[in-house]
Design a protein around this ligand. Structure first.
Ligand code: ADP
Ligand code: MG
Length: 470
């Protein structure tokens, strides 16, 4: 088939897959594929990412189906790793990165003379203006997609919509990264705006100091407090990290409320990050809580395994570390709660193997991270295996459309346990069971309510949990 026709076919397939495949998988693994040949009903695409071959196995059927639909006949999809393509991608990436860094630094230098440089200097002086904390370096997955898009929207048009933006989520999930990315982006695109990044802790200390310094004389006290207030109220964009730290500190909360009012009333953008949502601020006055909630709340969840693998893949290519796919999969399955820890493990492994001139293999990595085999990781396939054995049905039946009640019940239990015992998202669990994520949610919720009234089922589930965890 002619190249042009192959490309057109692939474009039509992409349009279908974009709607049907999980966004992270689509963007990270499918979009970069290069359509190569179409012969004897076999459509072949090339990839420069070693991991793609393995990862796309799961989507092989779906892609073949889309191809068959587009071509009007049965077509088989194949993906092949291409070393040449890999080298080319790496080369382009490095070139692009260098150019971006150059441009960024040039922009910084241009601003040294401008008064707006202050904002940047301030961010930098806290050693937390991390050049890495930019939107480009943020891997987007189902867990953070919403927070990422609204952060981007705020950066594009600060003070207009979503004011304040309140980003919340567990530790090490990328809140500070997104917050600083907003700062970077605004400083980069709108250098005239004054951006101020602070940790809530600094706000507290600063207030305490201003109050203490002015203790002697009333006039001094006013002066110090005015300085304090002006410092925060002169910002066009105020980025406050870890706002939960002010909870229960009455004086700080009052000053925060006043600062908020002063900025918000004049259309200045405020962004908060927090480890919990505003309604979990138990000791904070309602008037401040309602201010936190009056714009937009965006949460960040724990990333699913694909996103964790994508983060490691990005780290390897950014740092020029050749980490084999089985090691990436292994690390991503062990560090499943916190991106900071995942990144820490990556750094430890790459530093250790490079200093000791060791190859990066799963066995060596296990030793480096002191991984104990006893700390068994629970996988969805493992769960399906055990549940199938327990109810005496086959694994294939569980994954098939079979609706016989024995199979359907076993399947629902397995779905429930998959959600309870792993950190995987509903869409990912759906892929493992060959079902839509809405079906998975429905099954999960059904079992969740059934066990409250069905003692037998509750016992079975407890027994299964023990089997799976032992
Ligand atoms: P938090 O503020 O939520 O505790 P951080 O923003 O400090 O977390 O993130 C911890 C580390 O993980 C940082 O080095 C950050 O760059 C990295 N990180 C978190 N999420 C992502 C992501 N989606 N893509 C790339 N790096 C991430
Ligand atoms: Mg943080």
């Amino acid at each position: 088939m002619e190249d042009e026709l192959i490309k057109q076919t692939w474009d039509s397939v992409l349009a279908i897959l974009k709607e049907t495949i999980v966004a992270t998988t689509y963007e990270t693994w499918i979009l970069p594929l290069v359509p190569h040949s179409f012969e004897d009903n076999c459509f072949c695409a090339l990839t420069g990412q070693n991991l793609a071959v393995q990862i796309l196995q799961k989507n092989q059927k779906e892609i073949s189906k889309a191809l068959s639909n587009v071509c009007g006949k049965d077509v088989y999809f194949k993906v092949v790793y291409d070393e040449q393509l890999h080298k080319q991608i790496e080369k382009n990436k490095q070139k692009q990165k260098k150019e971006e860094d150059k441009e960024f630094i040039k922009n910084l230098e241009n601003r040294i003379t401008s008064s707006r440089y202050d904002g940047l200097k301030q961010m930098q002086s806290d050693c937390r203006l991390n050049l890495k904390y930019k939107f480009d370096n943020f891997v987007v997955g189902a867990n953070n997609k919403f927070a990422y898009s609204v952060a981007l929207a705020v950066a594009n048009d600060p003070g207009r919509q979503y004011n304040p933006l309140f980003i919340y989520g567990g530790s090490g999930l990328g809140k500070t990264h997104l917050l600083q990315a907003i700062g970077h982006d605004i400083l980069f695109k709108k250098p005239k705006l004054k951006v101020k990044y602070i940790k809530a802790e600094e706000f507290i200390n600063d207030l305490v100091n201003s109050l203490a310094k002015g203790l002697d004389k009333a006039s001094d006290k006013n002066k110090k407090m005015n300085e304090f207030r002006n410092k925060y109220r002169s910002a066009d964009v105020l980025l406050i990290d870890d706002i939960q730290l002010i909870e229960g500190k009455e004086r700080t909360e009052e000053e925060m409320f006043n600062t908020f009012e002063a900025l918000h009333n004049t259309g200045k953008q405020i962004v908060f990050t927090s480890d919990r949502s505003p309604d979990k601020f138990e000791n904070t006055p309602d008037r401040l809580k309602t201010r936190f909630q009056m714009g937009l709340l965006a949460d960040i969840q724990v990333p699913d395994i694909e996103t964790r693998m994508a983060i490691l893949t990005k780290l390897s290519s950014d740092n020029n570390v050749k980490m084999p796919s089985d090691v990436i999969e292994f690390l991503a399955s062990v560090y499943n709660k916190n991106v900071r820890e995942l990144e820490g493990a990556f750094n430890t492994v790459s530093a250790y193997t490079s200093i000791n001139e060791l190859p990066i293999t799963v066995d060596i990595v296990k030793k480096i991270i002191k991984y104990s085999e006893k700390r068994k990781t629970v996988t969805i396939d493992g769960i399906i295996d055990i549940v199938a054995g327990y109810y005496n049905v086959s694994v294939d039946d569980i994954k098939s459309p079979n609706r016989a009640s024995k199979t359907a019940n076993a399947r629902q239990t397995a779905i429930y346990l998959a959600r309870e015992l792993t950190d995987e998202s509903f869409p990912y669990i759906g892929e493992c069971f060959n079902r839509k994520h809405t079906t998975i949610i429905h099954s999960y919720e059904k079992v969740q309510s059934d066990i409250k009234i069905n003692r037998n089922l509750a016992n079975e589930i407890n027994e299964l949990k023990e089997k799976i965890n032992s």
